[in-house]
Design a protein around this ligand. Structure first.
Ligand code: NAP
Length: 281
């Protein structure tokens, strides 16, 4: 049994589907009911990672756990060691943590302290552990969906700053491989897309997928900050703006890890946009 937290999100949902398709028994964890039909071999258990005791029914008898922290969990909550201990007491022997590239490139930033705490907890857990550190997600572009739908424009800062955004479905496929296969214990993988792409080029990808023009309205950093506060926890905003506005060379670099693990190149932003264009129509 493999337990997937964050099971209704950008990464968790395709991860549940990939694991079930590979024949694994899966427990999908979130606080709210799922909005999609679970595949055969999967069940849903409601739990809140902020209260590790609620996780116990989900991890009881499980072999492996995928930990994803989102929303308020990135700002605080129960100590990471309690979450990992609850899993180990339930029988979990392998843990895969979804962290962030920023913990490698900017190890001191305040915004990612919780993810660093979880990295430390899994490393010192005595369990088999693997840490995934993705760069920016292609799905962050959902934040542009309303403007593309209603104004046929992307409204965003830093129009010409390129980053190799990663498709969450690739993160899920990597996580599924690492959860099921041997040989990844003690590894930290950096996950990016196949090429650095600017927001202006992302707008062009929507235009191509829609078959219509999509304009670009460039925001200042302050305007962007206000906009992001609607869908991102406060402590994460400045760290994110630093990366998307003034990335370090290491954050613009394409990592080989997705291809190394999956045996195929990472998916492009254009392919993510085509697959998800219904949200932008
Ligand atoms: N976006 C990026 O560019 C980026 C880059 C690097 C790393 N990351 C990392 O990726 C993660 C976000 O992944 P995502 O986009 O897949 O998330 P998401 O789409 O926002 O989904 C979050 C999931 O977590 C669940 N959840 C939230 N709070 C919970 C709690 N207290 N207990 C149990 N489940 C909870 C949600 O379901 P319920 O609300 O029903 O519980 C949902 O299933 C974050 O850790 C972030 O740091 C993101």
């Amino acid at each position: 049994m493999i337990v997937v937290t964050g099971a209704s999100g950008n990464v968790g949902r395709p991860l549940v589907e990939a694991l079930a398709a590979a024949g694994a028994k899966v427990t999908a964890v979130s606080r709210s009911p799922l909005s999609y039909d679970l595949p055969e071999g999967a069940r849903h258990v409601r739990a809140d990672l902020a209260e590790p005791d609620t996780l116990r029914p989900a991890v009881d008898g499980a072999d492996a756990l995928f930990i994803l922290l989102a929303g308020d969990l990135l700002g605080g909550g129960a100590p990471a060691t309690e979450v990992v201990a609850a899993a180990a007491e339930g029988g979990v022997r392998r843990v895969v943590l979804l962290s962030s590239q920023i913990n490698g490139t900017r190890p001191d930033v305040l915004s990612h302290g919780r993810l660093r705490e979880f990295e430390e907890a899994v490393r010192s857990s005595g369990l088999d552990w693997t840490i995934l550190r993705p760069g920016g997600f292609a799905s962050n572009a959902y934040g542009w969906a309303e403007a593309v739908r209603t104004q046929r424009a992307v409204i965003a800062p830093f129009a010409d700053v390129a980053l190799p955004v990663v498709d969450p479905a690739d993160i899920a496929e990597v996580a599924a491989a690492v959860l099921r296969e041997e040989g990844h214990s003690g590894q930290t993988y950096e996950l990016t897309g196949p090429a650095a792409v600017t927001p202006r080029e992302q707008a062009a990808a929507f235009a191509a997928a829609l078959g219509e023009e999509v304009g670009f309205v460039e925001l200042t950093r302050e305007q962007a900050r206000e906009h992001m506060a609607r869908f991102m926890p406060e402590p994460v905003i400045d760290g994110t703006l630093d990366i998307i506005g003034t990335p370090l060379p290491a954050e613009q670099r394409v990592s080989p890890d997705v291809e190394k693990i999956l045996g195929r190149p990472a998916g492009s932003f254009a392919s993510w946009a085509e697959r998800n264009i219904h949200a932008f129509k």
